[in-house]
Write a protein that binds this ligand. Structure first.
Ligand code: PLP
Length: 403
């Protein structure tokens, strides 16, 4: 069972119904994933052992590898399981990449300015070999800047995300891949937020390396993959000390998590289109409702191509931190622009890169939907928004708020 609206105990007498709108942070476990994990937890074997117990565990890992590979149109042997999207990004971002037998090191890393922090960190490149590429006001990578900057490098590695976790803005990866190829480059795509929501076929995208994370598509947390094109190899693994994962990532495989990821990938592949259409309809209803209540609402990246499930919005004068708490007290889980481990809202580097003024950016609230989101939940969010907006903005800019 997934995360149906839960009764949430406030006190012995008071309960409020919860509605979860933070699917870009993590999604509920799909029924199929839970089933696969429960079955796997009943096994004893280490997937590297040769006996029957080990072979049973190995079979679960290899079945899951096939399912994850199918989600992105890759060959199973090119899929490396990791501890999540963050580790897969760190594994990919190294100068030591072999391409078609060429083992010369990549000399420069180019990342879009709106990447997830696990990419912005630059992986194993020296910090002076990492360059950020600008995006336009709509959050889409500046393709002219990409082409002209790649000219300074002989063997670049480029990392651009399929879709942004804060705004949902989708990057034109196929076009980017052409530019990267023409510059003798290798393209890594962080598809953590795009996979399962939009088409994510590695061939069609033209990606050489691709990152996925299980917990964004209905699998468990703590498992992800780096998928390679056949001719591309990471020469220096991030975690050494064992032959697991074809030498690309040492360590005993987390069989139950991997099995859950595989089951979630299989379901996502089959249900993606219907789920995306449903989410797009509900997201449309949400955005119309937000604007009807507060005409001053600004939706970031509104004119770009966006994921069907994500809305990042604000109204002038709003403080995201207080808005998120107010929503929470009304039973609604949303997040500020970018989730942050300390619980404090930091200025969003994504909105800064899009040229949004800090005063406006600090009010950005992210609503992200999923396959279990219902119309009734969206209605409840809109009722809560009416309350939140009128109380938080009472003494500020009242112009945009309906009476
Ligand atoms: N990349 C993007 C775009 C993400 O949104 C996230 C997680 O929020 C990650 C990478 C990291 O994935 P994980 O949580 O599996 O480490």
């Amino acid at each position: 069972m997934g995360l149906a609206p839960q009764r949430y105990l406030i006190s012995a007498e008071v309960t409020i119904e919860r509605a979860y709108f933070d699917w870009n942070a993590t999604s509920p476990l799909r029924t199929e994933a839970r089933g696969a994990m429960t079955a796997a937890l009943g096994l004893t074997g280490n997937a590297s052992s040769v006996h029957a117990e080990g072979r049973a565990a190995r079979k679960l890992v290899e079945d899951a590898r096939e399912k994850v590979a199918e989600l992105v149109g890759a060959e199973p042997k090119n899929v490396t399981f990791t501890s999540g999207g963050t580790e897969a990004n760190a594994l990919a971002l190294t100068p030591a990449i072999e391409v078609g037998g060429d083992r010369r090191r990549r000399d420069r890393l180019f990342v879009s300015a709106v990447e997830h922090p696990s990419v912005l960190g630059g992986g194993r490149f020296a910090s002076d070999a990492v360059e950020k590429l600008p995006v336009g006001r709509d959050g889409v990578l500046d393709l002219e800047a990409l082409a002209s900057r790649l000219a300074v490098s002989e063997r670049p590695l480029v990392s651009v995300m399929l879709a942004n976790n804060e705004t949902g803005v989708i990057q034109p990866i196929a076009q980017i891949a052409e530019i990267v190829r023409a510059a003798n480059g290798v393209l890594h795509v962080d598809a953590v937020q795009g996979a399962g929501r939009i088409d994510c076929d590695m061939e069609e995208l033209g990606a050489d390396l691709l990152t996925l994370s299980s917990h964004k598509i209905g699998g468990p947390q703590g498992v992800g993959v780096l998928v390679r094109r056949g001719s591309v190899h990471i020469i220096e693994p991030l975690i050494k000390g064992g032959a697991q994962e074809r030498g690309q990532r040492a360590g005993t495989e987390n069989v139950a998590a991997i099995a859950g990821f595989g089951a979630a990938a299989q379901t996502a592949l089959h249900t993606r289109q219907a789920e995306a259409a449903r989410m797009a309809r509900l997201r449309g209803m949400l955005e119309v409702g937000l604007k009807a209540a507060s005409p001053a609402v600004i939706i970031f990246g509104e004119n770009a191509s966006r994921l069907p499930n994500t809305t990042l919005f604000t109204v002038p004068g709003l403080k995201a931190e207080t808005a998120v708490i107010s929503f929470d007290l009304n039973g609604i889980a949303v997040s500020s622009g970018s989730a942050c481990s300390s619980g404090k809202v930091q200025e969003s580097h994504v909105l800064a890169a899009m040229g949004v003024e800090p005063a406006l950016a600090q009010g950005a609230v992210r609503v992200s939907l999923g396959w279990e989101t219902t119309e009734e939940e969206v209605e409840r969010l809109l009722i809560a928004w009416n309350k939140v907006a009128s109380s938080l903005l009472k003494n500020r800019d009242k112009r945009g708020i309906a009476a």
